[in-house]
Write a protein that binds this ligand. Structure first.
Ligand SMILES: C[S@@+](CC[C@H](N)C(=O)[O-])C[C@H]1O[C@@H](n2cnc3c(N)ncnc32)[C@H](O)[C@@H]1O
Length: 265
């Protein structure tokens, strides 16, 4: 049984950030500049790293065409990237950041920190290999199941993708794990967000899904970092769950939108 069999907790916007005791710090900067900021070490680093799809971002989506109809010709999204920074993401720098910013391995069991990396299926092995080089010797995959596919244009040619993927990485000891005595599968339903969560990033992850992961791998009062925060969805989930959060977003426009619309700051 998956935790997702329970209805997701409704996310409120009222008073979400009123409690100043829970930190929610968001920086318009490259995560590699983290030393400029007084960031506390994290129990969980969670990120959706750029897929480096470049100009093929909309390749199998109807969005490539005007009104999704290929008879009407190509839309403005044809031959464009999801965002200007989806090109040469450096996984080694990312792993270095995580190795520095995750809390040290604790003496006790059941308290170790973890890293969760959302990535494309064909990036999973690379993520695990780089993880090992930076001390994250252990890992396992999580699959997220959708009831729709963005790959409509390939529907008559092959089995289309309706899953998202992530890798959980850790050093030695198994990460902190809150399961209320229930078995948690390595697959979860991709529960979309309701309308009170703004949709502002082309590859935005549902706050519902992030909240479920944060609930499992951290306790209230723990610190969570998202080095590639995009819409601020991870930070929003943390505020709801009383976890301190820090996020970086390199794009000025996305940062401004996320701060105003997602984080209400
Ligand atoms: C796949 S998106 C993340 C989407 C996010 N998970 C969400 O739910 O909105 C990756 C984001 O990382 C940002 N990014 C890429 N390289 C970065 C870097 N070195 N430092 C900070 N942000 C970066 C991109 O601009 C992009 O918005």
């Amino acid at each position: 049984m998956s935790l997702f069999d329970e209805p997701p907790k409704g996310l409120s916007t009222i008073n979400l950030f009123a409690d100043k005791k829970t930190k929610c710090e968001f920086y318009n900067d490259n995560f590699q500049n983290y030393k400029r900021y007084g960031i506390r070490k994290a129990q969980l680093v969670i990120a959706d790293i750029p897929y480096n799809l470049g100009i093929n971002a909309y390749a199998s989506s109807t969005e490539w065409y005007i009104d999704g109809d290929n008879k009407k010709g190509e839309s403005k999204k044809a031959g464009k990237a999801f965002f200007g920074t989806d090109f040469n993401f450096n996984i080694a720098e990312y792993m270095h950041f995580c190795s520095k910013l995750l809390v040290k391995e604790p003496k006790e069991t059941g308290k170790a920190p973890a890293m969760i990396v959302f990535c494309a299926f064909n990036q999973m092995q690379t993520v695990m290999d780089y993880g090992k080089k930076y001390g994250f010797k252990n890992s396992y995959p999580i699959f997220f199941i959708k009831d729709y596919s963005p790959q409509v244009l390939k529907a008559n040619m092959k089995i289309v993708g309706a899953t998202e993927h992530a890798v959980v990485l850790y050093r030695e000891k198994l990460p902190k794990f809150n399961n209320n005595g229930k078995m948690v599968f390595n697959w979860m339903k991709w529960n979309s967000d309701s309308k009170n969560i703004p949709k502002i990033h082309p590859t935005q992850k549902p706050v519902n899904v992030l909240a479920e992961l944060i609930r499992i791998f951290t306790d209230e009062g723990d610190v969570v970092i998202d080095p590639c925060a995009g819409s601020g969805s991870t930070l929003r989930a943390c505020a709801e769950l009383n976890r301190h959060s820090y996020g970086f977003e390199i794009s000025r426009d996305m940062y401004k939108k996320a701060k105003k619309e997602m984080l209400l700051q």
